[in-house]
Design a protein around this ligand. Structure first.
Ligand SMILES: [Zn+2]
Ligand SMILES: [Zn+2]
Length: 273
């Protein structure tokens, strides 16, 4: 596994102390060799989105996850979740806590855990323990998990979508989830302390502007325009790049954002703050 992107906050393991560790399991807009879809592991116990990046974890690593925070119901962000539940079932002393907006929870209940696509695990227990339980979360709500606090922020996508701001002490980062032009994310971020990193999607190149607008993703031009609403300039980790168009998107972003540090995220990257 790569210890990539040493530019931001990288320290040897012995110096981690109480810092947060974020491991990029998958951050691509699609799949191919060495490309997996959205999933981030916060320390060892919190997963943010559960795309195919989950498949890079060992069984032991999957068993250590106690909380999942979902941004929205799209397959590239949840594909690993039902399969992970199957791996965990029968090996748990308490249910996995799955945090999401009620609309996302309803979508997954109706379209995934419906006994047609996958079993309804709410009806299954092993020695009195269910595999997971839903934890509905509203916009602006903050959930404390150990020393970390995760806040749900609404964004603008084709289905109900949210970002999460994660704060531990004086350190913080935000993950945008999937979104296009919006005000809510930037207004909320302006109300908090400056971020140590903003992980934001840029799903398409400007040459695919029409499909980006239809599918409600950012392009370099749309993202650069929205970043003018942010009152500080954190390092920008770019995620959800369309496979095969990564270099074009990152090149155009760097040209559009000369005052920012633009980091092309890759699966296996680890950040610490
Ligand atoms: Zn999406
Ligand atoms: Zn997506």
């Amino acid at each position: 596994m790569a210890l990539g992107n040493p530019a931001i906050g990288w320290l040897p393991q012995s110096y981690w102390g109480d810092s947060m560790k974020l491991r990029v399991l998958g951050c691509s807009g699609g799949i191919a060799s060495e490309l997996d879809t959205t999933s981030y592991l916060l320390d060892e116990d919190v997963l943010i989105d559960a795309g195919t990046g989950l498949t890079t974890l060992s069984i032991e690593e999957i068993k250590r996850i106690r909380h999942i925070f979902l941004t929205h119901s799209h397959l590239d962000h949840i594909a690993g979740f039902p399969l992970m539940v199957d791996t965990l079932f029968g090996h748990q002393v308490e249910p996995l806590q799955v945090h999401a907006h009620p609309e996302t929870i309803e979508a997954l209940k109706e379209h995934i855990f419906n006994w047609v696509i996958w079993p309804n695990f709410e009806e299954l227990e092993f020695q009195g323990v269910s595999a997971f339980e839903w934890c509905p979360m509203e916009h602006g709500e903050r959930v404390q998990v150990g020393a970390r606090e995760l806040e749900m922020i609404p964004v603008n996508h084709t289905v109900h979508g949210v970002a999460y701001r994660v704060v531990q002490g004086e350190k913080s980062f935000c993950f945008s989830g999937d979104t296009t032009t919006n005000d809510s994310l930037w207004q909320t971020l302006n109300q908090g302390a400056p971020l140590d990193m903003l992980i934001v999607e840029c799903g398409f190149s400007d040459s695919a502007m029409e499909v980006a607008k239809l599918s409600k993703h950012y392009t370099p031009t749309l993202l650069a325009e929205d970043l003018k609403k942010l009152s500080h300039k954190p390092p920008i980790g770019i995620t959800h790049l369309k496979p095969g168009e990564e270099l074009e998107i990152v090149r155009d972003l760097r040209a559009a954002l000369p005052d920012y540090e633009v980091i092309h995220l890759r699966g296996g990257d680890i950040f610490r703050w």
